[in-house]
Design a protein around this ligand. Sequence first.
Ligand code: SF4
Length: 281
Amino acid sequence: MIRTIHVDKLTENIKEMCIEANHYLSKDMDKVMKKAVDIEESDLGRQILCQLQENLEIAGKDMIPICQDTGMAVIFLEVGQEVHFEGGSVEDAVNEGVRQGYVDGFLRKSVVNDPIIRENTKDNTPAIIHYEIVPGDKVRITVAPKGFGSENMSRVFMLKPADGIEGVKNAVLTAVKDAGPNACPPMVVGVGIGGTFEKCAVMAKKALTREAGTHSEVEYVKELEIELLDKINGLGIGPGGLGGRVTALAVNINTYPTHIAGLPVGVNICCHVNRHSVREI
Ligand code: SF4
C-alpha cells in the first residue's frame, strides 16, 4: 500500500540530524575511540587519543561542534518504493533541512556556490544527495557531514583485473600513506571495490557510514578489512600523525560487480569524528 509522507518530515529530521551529527560522536565511533586507547603503544599517541576524547566530551556537554570544519552535508536517502511524497520537492526539502540545521545550529558554513568563483552560500547548501529506491514504505535517512581535510586525501584507482586483491591492498595503503597527518588520524577508511569510476567512489563514501567495528558479511571482504586495518596500523602514522600504532580505527569495504576489463577502487578517507546520523521515517 502506498504511504504518503509530507516533505516537511524530511526537513525537520535533517535539520535535527545535522545538529546532532556535528555535536555528538556516534555510539560506534565512541566505542572504537575508547578501545583505541588500550591498543595504542606510544605514550604520546595515548595522550593525543585522551585529549581527543576529552574534546569530544566537552563538545557534547557544552553544545560545541566536535570539529570546527562542520563539513559539507552528504545525505543518503533510501526511499521505499511504496512511498509517495507530498508538499513539494524532495530536493528542496532536504536542502531546507540542511539550511535550518546549519543556520539555527550555528554551524560553520563551508560551501561555495561555484568551484571557481567561490562565493560562500552562507547556509551550507546545497547538500550532496545520493538517492536509492528500495523495497518497502519507509525512508532511511543518513546524514554524514564530511570535512575536507580528509576528503581531499581520498582517491580513485582504476586498476587492471590482473592487479587483483594485492593491487587493491596497495591502492588502499598508498592512499592512507599519502594522507598521513592531513586526514586528522586516527582515520576511518571507506573502500569501494568494483562497479564503475563513480560507483566505487559512492560505495566508499557509503562504507564510512557503516558502524565502525562491524564487518562485511562476505567472508573474503571481512578478512580484507581485518588485514588492511592491521597493515595500516603498522605504518606508524599514529594519532594526530605524530607516530604510534592507531592510524585507523576501522576499514569498511563495499563491493559491486564490475566490467571484465576493470577493477575500480575508491578510497574515501575520513578522520576520527566520522560523523553520521541515521533515522528511519
Ligand atoms: S578532517 Fe575531520 S577532524 Fe580534521 S579538520 Fe576536517 S572534520 Fe575536523
